[in-house]
Ligand binder design. Sequence first.
Ligand SMILES: [Zn+2]
Length: 430
Amino acid sequence: MLVFASFLPRAAVVVALLSSLTAAAQTASTAPELVLLRPAAVFDGQDRHEGWVVLVEGSRIKAVGPAAQIAAPATARLMELPGLTLLPGLIEGHSHLLLHPYNETPWNDQVLLESQALRVARATAHARRTLEAGFTTARDLGSEGAGYADVGLKQAIDQNLIPGPRLLVATRALVATGSYGPKLATDVDVPQGAQEADGVDGIIRAVREQIGKGADVIKVYADYRWGANEPARPTFTQDELNLIVRTANSAGRPVVAHASTPEGMRRATLAGVETIEHGDAGTPEIFRLMKQRGVALCPTVAAGDAISRYRGWQPGQPLPERLVQQRASMRAALQSGVTLAVGGDVGVFPHGDNVRELELLVQDYGLPPLTVLRGATSGNARIFHLTDRGTLAAGFLADIIAVPADPTQDLAALRQIKLVMKGGVIYKNL
Ligand SMILES: [Zn+2]
């Protein structure tokens, strides 16, 4: 090299040197970085283990276990996290990144008066807050009138244009004609918060259209209030729901159902949906049927709580009818042993405050913190078929968060997220 260099013009030497440096840099950056995380303890999605460490290689976890048993090469970067517990990134089971709290702007006005550009811009901020709150995955269940904006949002996150959780998106969601909203004067047809579809041809076409445009899951409203001042009633027929599930499943997509009435829940369960959202008026019989058929309940208790507060209720006052019903329904659900998905319907309340659902399940519904933590990590991952996350183990995605103390004893720790890593990349490090 040196021999030849003496014959070469100076500029050529510089170029040769630069290109060899660049090659060296490329070699270095393509070898996945090793990071050894040394916290006080690791909650692996099931249990908390003191003295464990996690070795991350690139975007995945290479090893997890007692510090003495994990041999990290000398090249590994060490991250000391004294006093902290590592957890799998939390999984939000029910979000609407394209909505913001109804006490800021009523739902009707968000759907009808806000431009899609405004809604998307706002959603990018929501995505960042969700990630920084420790939620590295979210199942986003409907764009609520914003078309396929959730698909674009997911792409922007995946392409690292904006920070946000990994998304499963439902796109427009399906409603029976006339059953949803907004509803104004009868003489005007206004854009709806979901896609209307009916009958064999209409339903097959709508399901396929949503899948073709990027839906990871199909969401259907199995019941809703047909008029402003009436209770929810079933919307789609049993045959229609069966067809929705058959069409979606044949394309490898699960179906989830919004349902709060016993009949809506029953039809959705018999049709073969995988989760029922809300379930506010569920009965012991319905929950037994759901358990039998392997359908999980995502109770969204934080949404019921938020809406009650927007209507003037304060904790400490007698419970409004809505919450009385929700408490009774949850009691029956817990007794039945139906599987619980953990998701708050966040968007009804502020994004970034996702952990509210977990807190209320403990405070108001008596679930142990450990059960709720398992639900929001490995439990949700199992229900949503996310086999690469929700657990800290070798081969899983390096979606990892750190909190003080012991969150399996007290969920208050989740209000102090110290570290957020997604796919091995650090998004927050306090
Ligand atoms: Zn929702």
